[in-house]
Ligand binder design. Sequence first.
Ligand code: AMP
Ligand code: MG
Length: 340
Amino acid sequence: MSRFLRRLTALAAGLVFLCSCGISASRSVDVQFTAMDTFIHLTAYGAGASTALNAAQQSLLALEKQLSVTEADSEISAVNNADGRPVSVSEDTAALVDFALSMSRRTDGAMDPTVYPLVRAWGFTADEYRVPAQMELESLLPLVGAEQVDLSGNTLTLSPGAMLDLGSVAKGWAGDRLADDLKQAGVSSAILRLGGNIQTVGTKPDGSDWVVGIQDPDSEGMLARLSVRDCAVVTSGGYQRAFTENGKTYWHIIDPATGHPARTGLTSVTVVAPSGALCDALSTALFVMGTDRAADHWREHRDFEAVFVCEDGRITITAGLEDSFTLMDGYTEREVTVLR
Ligand code: AMP
Ligand code: MG
C-alpha cells in the first residue's frame, strides 16, 4: 500500500473513531469505495439512508467519469485533447468550470484550474514523479491562466496547449452535490468523507455537532478536532501527495506563478464553510498564498473560517473557530494564534 493510501486510511480511521462517539443509539449505514483517486467513506442515519447512499455512490462515480483528467473518455479529457477546438460539455461540467474560473479570479490565480500542464510535468497525475528542468517549466507557464479558457454557455474552448485540472475543486463540489441529494431524499444526518474533504449534513442523530479531526501533517496522528454542523471541512496538505528526490520533498500543490510546488511555510490548510466547493477551492488557494496573504483574504471576504498549520508546528486559526477548535492530547502545548 502506498504511503499516500496508508495515510488516507489512517485519516479515515481516525475520523470514523471521532465521529462515531455518542451515536451508538442510532443505526448508521456506511458505504466505502475508491473514487476520484481517493478513499470515499459515506455514513448516513435514519430511514432511507441505505437507498440514498447507494444513489450517492452512483452519482459520485458518474461525476468522476465526467470530470477526471486521467480517464480518456471524460469530458475534461475531450476538452484537453481538442487542440483549440470548441467542445460541448454537460451543464454540470460547465457550471464547475465556471465556478473554478471565478475562484481563480477571486484568488488572483493562486488556485487555477489551468495548472494541469505543470501538474503533469511534475508527474503527479500518473504517479510518475520527476523534477522538471527550469526551462521546461518556463515553457509551460504561458499556457497557465484563466484567460486561456473561453466558456460560452456549455461550449468550452481552450487555447492550444492549455489544459484543465479540476482536482482542486471537484471533490468539494461533489460533496455539496451529494449532501443536497441526501437532503432531497429525506436524510437529515450524514457525514461524507472524500479523502481530505468532509461534508456534514445536519447534526449527529442526537442533535450534537459532528467532530472532525485535523491530521498532524508530520505524522498519522490527529492534531486537533473541530465541532461542526451542516458544513464542509476541507484540508489541503503537502503530506497528501508528495515525493522526495535528492533529499528534497516536492508536493502536489503547485504555485501557478512559478510552476514549482508552493512553499510558503505551510504544511496544511483546513477551510470550514457551508459550501464544500468553496472550501476546496480555498484550501488549495490559501496553501499557495501562505499565512499572511491568506489572512488578508479572510479579512476581505469573511465567508469562511480556516486552520493553518506551519512547518515549525505553529497553528493559526480564524476567529470564528475559537469555540469549535480543540487541540488533541499530545498537542496541547502547541502555540495557537487567533486571527481577528
Ligand atoms: P487539493 O488537494 O484540493 O488542494 O488539490 C490539489 C490538486 O489540484 C493537485 O493534485 C492538482 O491536481 C491540482 N492543483 C495543484 N496545484 C493547483 C493550483 N494551484 N490550483 C488549482 N489546482 C491545483
Ligand atoms: Mg482544494
